[in-house]
Structures are given as structure tokens and as C-alpha cells.
Design a protein around this ligand. Sequence first.
Ligand code: GCW
Length: 642
Amino acid sequence: MRNIIFFLFAFFCVTKAIAEDGSRLWLRFDKAQNPAKVDVACKSATMDIAAGELSDYWHGGSVALTIDKSLPDDDGFRISSTPEGVTIASATDAGVLYGVYELLRTKGSGVSGDYNAPAFKLRILNHWDNPDGSIERGYAGKSIFRWEEINDKKGTMSQWMRDHLTEYARANASIGINCAVLNNVNASPKMLTTAYINKVKLIADVLRPYGIKVFLSVNFGSPKALGDTKTADPLDVNVGKWWAKKVKVIYRAIPDFGGFLVKANSEGQPGPGDYNRTHAEGANMLAAALKPYNGIVMWRSFVYGNHKGEDRVKQAVSEFKNLDGKFMDNVIVQCKNGPLDFQPREPYAPIFDQMKATPLMPEFQITQEYLGQSRHLVYLAPMWKEFFDFIPKEQLRAMTAIAGVANIGDDTNWCGHHFSQANWYAFGRLAWNPELSSEEIADEWLRLTFCDKKEFLLPMTEVMMSSREACVDYMMPVGLHHIFKADHHYGPEPDGNQPHFPIEWLPIYYHKADATGIGFNRSSTGTNATEQYREPYRSLYDNIETCPEEYLLWFHHVPWTYRLRNGRSIMHELIVHYDMGVSEVERYVVQWQDMRKYVDKQRFEEVSSRLSHQLENAKEWRDVCTKYFQSIEQDALLKQTK
Ligand code: GCW
């Protein structure tokens, strides 16, 4: 008897431990009592996974998994109900697997008979992970790609790596993510050495059954940096040959390799500009090497500093517009959603208006570099939806790829903050279907991750939905931007003016608060950044009378005496927003306390502690910014009355 009690106790502890630490993400399906009966049309590693998931977790009777070649070849699926049970059909194995996760997620309510296809063909995570295990802008531990635990000579990897990669692949597949760029865009040339290519091959082998293709970020100067050529000039014959040979080696190891992601001539990275060549010449040289294997180049438009003195938000268009139509057809230009740098709110990036003859893809940032990192609860779906709303439907539909900078590390709960998992989840769901609403996704994620009681779902969906606006309010209301502490980008530093930094990093360069007023004049009387927008946005933003007030200080410099449409002075309006942001977080703290009975102890306490910290930080933003701007305002007003 004592043994039985001990066994039950031990079992309870183990299952509790698994359930509480956040490691299982949103994949917490209840185990099926009796394994479901699954008919599989054909055998493959992917179909085995699909069948395994169902027999472990499906409670609704028998399921047939079929490959139907008459369906579109786009990884979409159809779940229909037949007298014998449920049938999941797709033209591809990966499509069947996506159908299985849809069935499990919706517990059968997704059996509609409708064909469900992804909006973007390539749904990509960009990891900013370095070979030494550190992660640029990573806030959840070290990299899950532990290169030193992969033995390229023996073709083996540690059990930890294999388990983690499998869980990572499964989580991605469950939300439709099908591509991963494994390393930082600030890329080490080392990634292209034979040893690393062989390690990448081993990773690709683990991810492949889950429908995930691997890509690499490459350093444009690699051939020279590795000592194989004298130059990295894209028009030099030997350089072209070097890349062609390298690509051949990669495809020999990884036949379904996806291609390259490139950050060139940006923030100190080498690029074609070093040899007076254009981005198109650089990208096309790589594209030519990849073309025979159907590989692609994702070439980033995140560039600044090459046009000295020009407003940073204009520089992507300045550098890329004239190259429109000059890229090979296997190049996609990857553009951040806003023209600056992943701020909590930016107007959309006008490069999407200016390059109509070149395939473009949006780059979102899932890791919350400027949104409280892994310490603030900020749900990003509403921000991404805001971007989608600016892009004409037709244009969005024509895009084939979308990328999100991952927030994943080797922390037990993967993302640092339990609620940051929601952003990984939301990215995948929106990449599959940008029409989904942020609320739907929040509701889905909360149900899967915590509990499905409406007393929990309603208030927590509301918290998630309001959290991004709260963050904008306490960090950068009314269109202020980039007043973050230097380097780490956490916390406020409105007086930031370090002489050794490039001007484009300085808070004072962005808020321009002085005796004359506050805000960045980007209208036609200022830097004329508004000119890069299509109508009606160009006129709307250019005119201070019509500029939406959430972008006021982004596009306009206003005197301290300026009145907003509600009659408040600009300083008064800023204070109202700072206060609103703080009181929202105060509300979240209280709300979460009421959720105690719906959440396990460990996650409850971890989220509580993060929320208290978020509140402290929100107050810091409010106090530091109010004090700083108010002192400038007071001085200015005083001078005027003298
Ligand atoms: O957001 C900025 C980050 C850099 C990053 C860069 C980029 C990878 O502060 O850390 O570098 O953007 O997107 O290239």
C-alpha cells in the first residue's frame, strides 16, 4: 500500500512539474484514453507524426489521413466528416499534418469540409542566434541551436538538442510555420564552413519531418573573410564561382535547403556597396548561385547611414527605389513593417508603396526588443494587424513570404515570459491567415495554454488586447519614438545624446524637444518623409490638421502651445497617455490576482512577478519622460512670457 501511495505521489509530482513550467507551450492536448483509430494512406516520416499525434490526443473516433493530388499543392487541407469518422485530405504530407493540428486545436469543431490554405507560402522564423550561443535581442536564455553539441564528423547530436529541436519543430508545425533561418543576420562567415554546413544538415534532418525548411543568414563578405578570395565584389568572377561552389556543397548535404537571408551594407555589415555595386547586383549574384536548386535570397531593406544626413526613415526607399524591377525572380526584398526599427507604434514602411515590380516580404519582430522584452506582457497581434490594414489587399495576397524575428531561447518556457509565447503563436497563425482577428487568436492561445473557462478567457483576452496600446501609452505616446536607453533598448532615456553613437541612435534626434516645441517634422516643410507614402496617406500625414494624433510627433514638430483636437496642450496630452499606460498595467496586476484559481501555481507566480516588474518599469517611463519633457516645456513657456 505504501508503495502505491508513494508511486501515486511521485506520479502526481512529475505530471505537475511538466504541467507547470511552461515548457509545453500551447501543446497541452489531453491524452486520449484509447488510442484513436487512424488510417494512413501512405507512409512517410511526416505522416507517422500526424498519425502519432492523433492516436495520442484525438478523442473523436476514427480518422483517415489521405493524400489527394487533385487539391492545390500549397500545404492546405480539408477536414471533412464522413459516416466512418473524420477525413483529413491534402496534396502534401505537411498539409495533412497541419490538418491534424487544426483538428486537435479545435477539438473537432473545425470539421467544415472547407479547404483551408495558408496565405503566405513561406512562413519563416528568423533567429538572431550566434554560433557562440548568444542571441542578439534574445531575452529567453541562450540559443536552442547548441552547435557544440552537434558532432558533424560522427553525424550525431546531444539528446538535449534532438529533444529540443523536435519540440521546436512540433510547436512550429502546429501553427503552420514552415521555414527557419537558423542564425543571426549579423552573420558569422563561419556558418559557411564545411563543419557548420554539416551541422546544419543534421538540424535540417530533425526539422524536415515537421515540414520545416532551413535557411541561413550569410555574411556577404564570407569568401574574403574565410581567406578564399581577395575580394567579395559581386561582379568578380572568382567571387561568383566561390558562391556557386558553396551553394553546391550546401545542396549536396541539404537537398531542400531554402536559401539565404542577407543584411548587407547595414550597421557595419559588408555588402556590394563596399565595391560600388548596388543591392541588386549583390543579391543577383547570390540568386544566380541558388537558382539551379530553386533556392531563394531574402535581401533586407533595413539600411541606413549610407545617405549621410538623410532622415533615417527615408533611407530604405532612397536606396532601393531605383532598383525596383532589377532583382532576379528568386530574390525577395525583406522589409520591416515600419520605416524605423520595430517601435511599439510606427506608421507602415512606405517601401511597400514604392517597389511594385519587386517581390517584397514583411519582417515582424516577435522578440520584444522595444516592447519590454520578456518582462512586459505585450500582445503583438494587434500591431501586426495594424500593418496588414495599411497594405492593399491585392498586394498582400500577392506576397509569398513573411518573416518574424523569433523570441525563442533555451529558457524552460522558451520565451522568457509565459505571455510572450502568445506572440510566437500569433505570428504563426497570422502568417497562415492574416484575416484572423487578434481576439480570436488570443482566445485560442489562452484556451490551449491555460484554461478554457470563460471567467478566465474574457478578462485575459481583454488584457492581451489592450496591452500593446498600454505599452505605446507608457513608452511612446502621440508618436514619440526611439527614446530607449542606448544599446539594450530597455527603459527610457529621453536625454540620450552620447557623442560616440551615430546620430540615428540618439533619442534627442527623434523627439527634438527644445525651446521651440517637440516632435520630428517629417512633413513637406521638414524632411519630407511623407512624400514616400501613397495617397491618401501622403496628404493625411503631411497635414497637421489631418494627421492621426497617434502619429503626430512622428510626422510633426509642434510648439508647446499646440492644442490637440480635444483642446489639451501637447504636454498635457502626453501626461494623460503616460498615466493611462501606467493605470492599464495596474489594472492587469489586479486582474491577474483574480485569475489565481484558473492557473497553476508556478505560472501564476511567474506571471505575477513579471507584471509587478512591468508596473515599476511603466512608472519609470512615465516619471522620467514627464520630468524631462516638462522641464523643457516649462523653460520654453517661461522664455516666451518674458
Ligand atoms: O532592431 C535593430 C537591432 C539590431 C538588429 C538590427 C537589424 C540584428 O537593434 O540588434 O541587428 O535592428 O534588424 O538588423
